[in-house]
Write a protein that binds this ligand. Structure first.
Ligand SMILES: C[S@@+](CC[C@H](N)C(=O)[O-])C[C@H]1O[C@@H](n2cnc3c(N)ncnc32)[C@H](O)[C@@H]1O
Length: 277
């Protein structure tokens, strides 16, 4: 496995995923996954994390995902698992795959994705796309074109649940046939125990074809994080445990040609190939 640990540009640790701290009483409560349906505020989430992209976690993805994408061979089909209401991961892959599917657990997020797909979303993805274009070495005049190209590649939006099999409700034709699955800042928030985390990763990787890739971003050794003016619990995981789970799920984490791990301030991005059989 190739491990890269760049120096932080801002020195903000992962626990400061709390940029949007608002002094209302709800900010004092730590919600769990049982509150997602009522407390995950889709608009607040987008505004907090994707209008100015000051948050180090989101910066990590937009800064480094384009270079992971550039190292991968072009593939047919990608799913972004736990996409939330976001399209930036899809945008990073727009020129690399033929078909993109967005999958999320919450109806409010899938509705926003559908609005975006229909060209009816009010959210401006300009800041995120500009950051991504910079990393791709392209100029900012291409923002509108980039969003349109991404929209054209997004074929469908599915319900996803990492505790179910199949974990993406995509119909028999697509089940287990994704060449690449991405999942960013999702697993730690869905899982209350390490056993659940292990099962969740297995269920998601099961949807990747043999020889395909699983790309995951997450937070290490943290117990809560804040978004949309709410604090949510986050499962405390170590890097070693996360890699064990990928290994158990059939990912080639011990082979440096087939696994790339980036760590910055307690956050990680990992790209691992799934064994051929
Ligand atoms: C912090 S958001 C991450 C969204 C997006 N990937 C990003 O990077 O901004 C966590 C996502 O996990 C999803 N989620 C919650 N429980 C889930 C489950 N059981 N299975 C799959 N996704 C789930 C939520 O709907 C939410 O969109």
């Amino acid at each position: 496995m190739e491990t890269i640990t760049p120096r932080s540009t801002n020195g903000i640790p992962a626990e400061k995923l709390d940029l949007n701290s608002k002094n209302d009483s709800k900010q004092q409560i730590i919600y769990t996954r049982d509150h997602f349906h009522t407390e995950f505020d889709t608009n607040a989430y987008l505004t907090d994390f994707y209008t100015k992209i000051e948050d180090p976690a989101m910066q990590l993805v937009l800064t480094f995902l384009p270079s992971i994408v550039a190292r991968l061979p072009p593939r047919k089909r990608l799913a972004d698992f736990g996409a939330g209401p976001t399209i930036h991961v899809a945008a990073c892959f727009r020129n690399h795959v033929d078909e993109i599917y967005l999958a999320d657990y919450l109806p409010q997020n899938r509705e926003e994705l559908q609005r975006w797909k229909n060209g009816e979303s009010k959210f401006d993805w300009g800041a995120a796309l500009r950051m991504m274009l910079t990393r791709e070495g392209k100029d900012w005049s291409k923002v509108v074109e980039t969003e349109a190209e991404t929209r054209a590649k997004v074929f469908d939006i599915f319900y996803a649940n990492c505790f179910e099999q199949p974990s993406i409700q995509c119909g028999k034709d697509l089940e287990g046939k994704f060449d690449i699955i991405t999942s960013v800042f999702t697993m730690e928030y869905c899982c209350n125990t390490k056993d659940e985390y292990q099962t969740a990763i297995k269920n998601v990787v099961e949807q990747v074809i043999p020889g395909g890739y699983f790309i995951m971003g997450g937070i290490l050794e943290e117990t809560w994080c804040s978004f949309g003016g709410r604090k949510f619990t986050c499962l405390f995981i170590t890097k070693e445990f996360m890699l064990d789970c990928l290994r158990e799920a059939g990912c080639l984490v011990d082979d440096e040609k087939n696994c790339y791990l980036l760590e910055v301030n307690g956050m990680f991005l990992v790209c691992a190939k799934k064994a051929e059989n």
